[in-house]
Design a protein around this ligand. Sequence first.
Ligand SMILES: Cc1cn([C@H]2C[C@H](O)[C@@H](COP(=O)(O)OP(=O)(O)O[C@H]3O[C@@H](C)C(=O)[C@@H](O)[C@H]3O)O2)c(=O)[nH]c1=O
Length: 158
Amino acid sequence: MDPFVRLDQTTRRREDNRGWLEVLYESDSMVLKRSFSKAGVFRGLHVQQAPSEQTKVIRVVSGAIVDVVVSMDDPTRELRTTRLTPEDGWVRIGAEYAHGFFALQDTVFEYVCDGGYDEGSELAFSIADRLPALLGVDTVILSDKDRAAPPLPAAGTE
Ligand SMILES: Cc1cn([C@H]2C[C@H](O)[C@@H](COP(=O)(O)OP(=O)(O)O[C@H]3O[C@@H](C)C(=O)[C@@H](O)[C@H]3O)O2)c(=O)[nH]c1=O
């Protein structure tokens, strides 16, 4: 058996209206992924709950994004944003943050999740109503899952 397993031989790609998501490598404790998002796509907000927390290490390979996080520990539910391009390199997002990003351009995005994928533990929150003010855009392209997600709970409602 060839000891040098090329990841492109084992990659699983899922395509949808936003672009695609490739799972390049996966074990019980980590996942290496790459996605392509058309300009105007918003992915998220997503967070895995205990005991399946994931720290994410992300980077933009090509294109540009506005990355968006909210700490699940923050009762004010403040949305924090930063613009990321390939020049920014790798960025760490702690497991306490629900995470999403808006593609300013056609964007290839790579990330390592430190912690396995556990769909059943994932919470998805919609911030679609807040994106026009947050990003200065009129419309965003969402997945069916993200369109159907409940709104991010307002501050002080939990
Ligand atoms: C994230 C993920 C999805 N999938 C599958 C589930 C589904 O069929 C398809 C697309 O999944 P999603 O719609 O959740 O993909 P996507 O919206 O790109 O999800 C990602 O969003 C960004 C913002 C993050 O922070 C990531 O952690 C992840 O949640 O891929 C996996 O098999 N493994 C994975 O690790």
